[in-house]
Design a protein around this ligand. Structure first.
Ligand SMILES: Cc1cc2nc3c(=O)[nH]c(=O)nc-3n(C[C@H](O)[C@H](O)[C@H](O)COP(=O)(O)O)c2cc1C
Length: 364
C-alpha cells in the first residue's frame, strides 16, 4: 500500500501497511497469538457478531465522545493497552505513543517491558499536556526488589495507577516467535528490568527463554496484596476472565478490573473477552470500573463494550501498527479514526454521548 497514512481510513489499513514495512521478527512478535490463535481471532469476531439495535429520531445533532475513565476525563472511552518493545516498531518508540496519547487526551498504560523509561515517557506526555495520564503496567517477577522499585519510580514520575497483569504465570506459546528464535534485538533493552550482570532479553530463543526472568509462576493473591500495600497508587487488575476472580480482586482492593486475555497471547481456547465481560461486570456489581481489551478495532466495538457495562476499552495491536506506519503521527491517526468511528456510531445508534449507551442497544 503506497498511500500516505493520512489516507488510511480504518485500523485495518494500518495493519496491512505495518505488515509490509516491519521486518519478520518484530512483525510476528506483535501480531502473534498463542498456539492456533483461536482466541485472538475470536476476540474480534465475537464483537462483530453482536448486533446493535439502533434507536431513531432522537436529535443527535450535538454529540460528544468524551468519557470518564477511573475518575478522570478523557476525549473518548479508550486507553492505550500496554504493549512491549515499542522501539521495535519505530525508533521513537514509547515516546511517540505517549505524545500521541497526550494529544488525543486518552490514558496510556506503559508496559513494564518497554524500551523507554517511565520518566522519559512522562516527560514526553506532560510536555504536551501537563494533565496527561499514564498508568504503569507491572509484572511481578522473581526479583521483588525490582518490582518495588518500579512501583516507586512510577509513583515518583506522576503515574496515577499501576496495572498488575495476572494472566501470565508463564508465557503463552507463540509459535511464530519460536520459529523466529525471538529475542530482544541488539541495541534495544527492557530498560526497567535489566540490571548489570542480571538476565536480559538478548539471551535464549523464543520468549519462553528470552523473557522467562520477567515473570513468576508462583504468584498468588498474596502477591497482589503485597503490591497493593507497597504503593500509594490504585492498582488495576489486568487479565481477568472469570466472575469469581473479578469479585476476589475487588474484595482485596483492586480499584478496577481489566477483562483481558492478553490479546489471545496466553491461553489459546480462552473465551473472547466480550464473552467474559458480562460475567465480570455482574460480579463486580458497580463497586469499581470494569475495562476490557482484545480485538477492539472499530467504534462499533467500543459502543458494544459500553453497552455490556465496560467503562472504557483498551487498544493493543492497532497502536503498534500506527507506530510502525508513521510514528507519533501514525498513532495519532489510529486514535483519530477510532474517535470518528465512535462519534458516528453514537449518532447512528441514537446516542448523543457515552451515557446514552445502555444494554438494550444489544437486545431487541
Ligand atoms: C505485542 C504485544 C505486546 C504486549 N505486551 C504486553 C505487556 O507488556 N504487558 C501486558 O500486560 N500486556 C501486554 N500485551 C497485551 C495487551 O496489553 C492487550 O491485552 C492486548 O494487546 C489487547 O488485544 P488487541 O491487541 O487485540 O487490542 C501485549 C500485546 C501485544 C500484541
Amino acid at each position: 500500500m503506497s498511500a500516505p497514512i493520512s489516507d488510511f481510513v480504518s485500523l485495518d489499513d494500518f495493519e496491512r501497511h505495518a505488515f509490509e514495512v516491519l521486518r519478520v521478527l518484530p512483525r510476528d512478535y506483535f501480531r502473534s497469538g498463542a498456539w492456533a490463535e483461536t482466541t485472538m481471532h475470536e476476540n474480534r469476531a465475537a464483537w462483530e457478531r453482536l448486533r446493535i439495535w439502533y434507536r431513531v429520531m432522537r436529535d443527535v445533532s450535538a454529540r460528544s465522545t468524551s468519557a470518564t475513565i477511573l475518575g478522570g476525563e478523557a476525549s473518548m472511552p479508550v486507553c492505550i493497552a500496554p504493549t512491549a518493545l515499542h522501539r521495535m516498531a519505530h525508533p521513537d518508540g514509547e515516546l511517540a505513543t505517549a505524545r500521541a496519547a497526550a494529544r488525543a487526551d486518552v490514558p496510556m498504560i506503559l508496559s513494564s517491558l518497554s524500551t523507554t523509561t517511565i520518566e522519559d515517557v512522562r516527560a514526553a506526555a506532560t510536555e504536551i499536556d501537563p494533565a496527561a495520564r499514564t498508568w504503569m503496567q507491572m509484572y511481578i517477577g522473581r526479583d521483588r526488589g525490582i518490582v518495588r522499585e518500579l512501583a516507586q519510580r512510577a509513583h515518583a514520575a506522576g503515574c496515577d495507577a499501576l496495572v498488575l497483569t495476572v494472566d501470565t504465570p508463564v508465557w503463552g506459546i507463540r509459535e511464530r516467535d519460536i520459529r523466529n528464535h525471538f529475542r530482544v534485538p541488539d541495541g534495544l533493552s527492557i530498560v526497567h528490568l535489566e540490571r548489570p550482570g542480571g538476565p536480559t532479553g538478548h539471551t535464549g530463543s523464543g520468549i519462553q527463554e528470552a523473557l522467562a526472568w520477567t515473570i513468576d509462576a508462583s504468584l498468588t493473591w498474596k502477591d497482589f496484596e503485597w503490591l497493593r500495600d507497597s504503593t500509594p497508587l490504585p492498582v488495576i487488575l489486568k487479565g481477568i476472565c472469570r466472575a469469581e476472580d473479578a469479585a476476589r480482586g475487588v474484595e482485596l482492593g483492586a480499584k478496577a478490573i481489566l477483562v483481558s486475555n492478553h490479546g489471545g497471547r496466553q491461553l489459546d481456547g480462552a473465551p473472547a473477552t466480550v464473552e467474559a465481560l458480562p460475567h465480570c461486570v455482574d460480579a463486580v456489581a458497580g463497586r469499581v470500573p470494569v475495562l476490557v481489551d482484545g480485538g477492539v478495532r472499530r467504534g462499533t466495538d467500543i459502543l458494544r463494550a459500553l453497552a455490556l457495562g465496560a467503562q472504557a476499552v483498551c487498544i493493543g495491536r492497532p497502536i503498534l501498527w500506527g507506530l510502525a506506519s508513521g510514528g507519533e503521527e501514525g498513532v495519532s491517526r489510529v486514535l483519530a479514526i477510532l474517535a470518528q468511528e465512535l462519534d458516528v456510531t453514537l449518532a447512528l445508534s441514537g446516542c448523543t454521548g457515552v451515557n446514552d449507551v445502555t444494554d438494550d442497544l444489544l437486545r431487541p
